[in-house]
Design a protein around this ligand. Structure first.
Ligand code: PLP
Length: 454
């Protein structure tokens, strides 16, 4: 530890009280004090939606992030609490009828899983196409889609401090166990990395790996310090804890131990990046979130931010510009603006690609160069991450200009390609090639990859 850090930490301990982590799920909706001010009908609607989609919120989010005077339109309320329109009307009515007549748990569970099955629980072929092997066996909880980077889902990290209503991994937080992707074994992940010298980045994700105790995180992170894993240059930790539970880095009993772990990784010469999910600038406005940011950066780790563009939450260039400006001021590096994925409550949150590009462009124009490091709007689709670079008119045809930021084949990256302009399209599969072509340049190759995996 550097001495400057020690000095500031003393001050910290005096100014931030530890807070017990208190969390509510669908079974405890009635116990949330703040909801009691809402009409009974609205609380019933929440129960209906929470019977299908995952719900979990903690007291810090309720007390410090949501502006209850602005409910239901408040963006942080929309981010964490179920809303009626998140389900199709017929599905909502079906579930509402079951709850009204006091149906038994089994009947509710059956209806819920039927409704979920129609919500595209595993977008972009996550289950079939990304199963790496170690010693002849498929490893659960590992995804290796792009050459440089392996994603790892530790089993104890498959939950979050609160759930986001738009989450594209929602399926792993609801009843049906077969939908989960998780690994319980550090050993297999490490073996896989040892056998793949091409891999330079590990991204530990979830759920949220920051729900894990530091002593559990150590199982995965400490071995990366070894000579045999020197090719792993970057360790990323995907998390929402920075804004949903900043206490994780400040007052939790093992917060200091966590920071010391990050510092050791940094001192060993690795790049450590906390990939923070940020959906709205308000999330980084509290004193404790700022203290968490300061303490993380003090370890030498970087914080990069990412999040999707969402109707009802941040479909507004000013909201993005404010958030990016504030992030830069606090030392966070804007990384990705995503397009909301084609799963779960996507109808509720989706924004046409044309609008997404317009929000991105306007927001970019409002920030200095340091805020323009976010790429996007980007669709994480089966073939790769596809960015909408803009709308143009070429020989009288209005087109989207697109490029791969990441591709299953690295050779696809950074080649501009074109789709017919469509003001309604919300995802890659809605787009048609421009200029009378019958397919995009990567399609044959991608199809071959898919059929090989089947
Ligand atoms: C985004 C992503 C990565 C990381 O890609 P970068 O371009 O390095 O940020 C890795 N794996 C998957 C599956 C991803 O979606």
């Amino acid at each position: 530890m550097r001495t400057a850090a020690l000095k500031i930490e003393t001050v910290t301990e005096e100014s931030f009280e530890p807070r017990p982590f208190q969390v509510y799920t669908d079974r405890h909706l009635d116990r949330i004090e703040a909801l009691k001010q809402l009409p009974e009908a609205q609380r019933f609607e929440m129960r209906v939606v929470a019977s299908v989609l995952p719900f979990r919120v903690n007291q810090y989010v309720i007390d410090e992030l949501i502006d209850w005077r602005a409910v239901p339109d408040d963006p942080l309320f929309q981010l964490t609490f179920p809303q009626r329109e998140m389900l199709e009307e017929a599905d909502f009515e079906r579930m509402a009828a079951l709850l009204e007549k006091g149906a038994d748990k089994r009947e509710i569970a059956v209806a819920a899983s039927e409704i979920r099955a129609r919500l595209n629980p595993h977008p972009a072929g996550q289950m079939e196409l990304n199963r790496p092997m170690v010693n002849g066996e498929v490893v659960n909880g590992l995804q290796h889609k792009y050459r440089e980077t392996v994603l790892f889902f530790p089993a104890q990290g498959q939950t979050c401090h609160s759930y986001c209503t738009f989450c594209f991994r929602w399926a792993q937080f609801v009843g049906d166990k077969e939908l989960r992707i998780a690994s319980s074994e550090a050993g297999t992940m490490l073996d896989y990395l040892r056998q793949h010298p091409d891999v330079s980045d590990v991204l530990i994700t979830g759920g949220d790996p920051m729900v894990m105790k530091t002593r559990n995180l150590k199982q995965y992170l400490e071995p990366l310090l070894g000579e045999d894993l020197a090719h792993i240059q970057t360790v990323r930790l995907g998390t929402k804890a920075l804004t949903f539970w900043p206490h994780r880095f400040v007052t939790d009993p093992d917060a200091d131990e966590l920071l010391a772990l990050l510092e050791r990784l940094v001192e060993s010469g690795k790049h450590v990046a906390l990939m923070a999910h940020i959906n709205h600038g308000r999330e980084i406005g509290t004193d404790i979130a700022r203290e968490a940011i300061r303490r993380i950066r003090d370890t030498g780790a970087e914080i990069r931010s990412q999040g999707p563009l969402l109707a009802h939450i941040n479909n507004d260039p000013d909201a993005w510009a404010r958030s990016w400006r504030e992030q830069v001021r606090l030392g966070i590096i804007p990384y990705y603006m995503f397009v909301e994925r084609d799963t779960g409550a996507k109808r509720y949150f989706e924004v046409p690609l044309a609008r997404a590009w317009d929000v991105y462009r306007q927001a970019m124009q409002k920030v200095s160069g340091l805020g323009r490091t976010a790429r996007g709007p980007s669709m994480s689709a089966g073939p790769g991450k596809v960015e909408i670079q803009g709308v143009a008119e070429i020989h009288g045809e209005k087109v989207f200009v697109l490029r791969f930021i990441q591709g299953r084949n690295p050779d696809w990256v950074q080649r501009p390609f074109f789709a017919r302009y469509d003001d309604q399209a919300t995802w890659l599969n809605h787009l048609k090639p421009a200029f009378g072509e019958d397919r995009f340049f990567f399609e044959d190759e991608y199809r071959a990859m898919v059929s090989e995996a089947e």
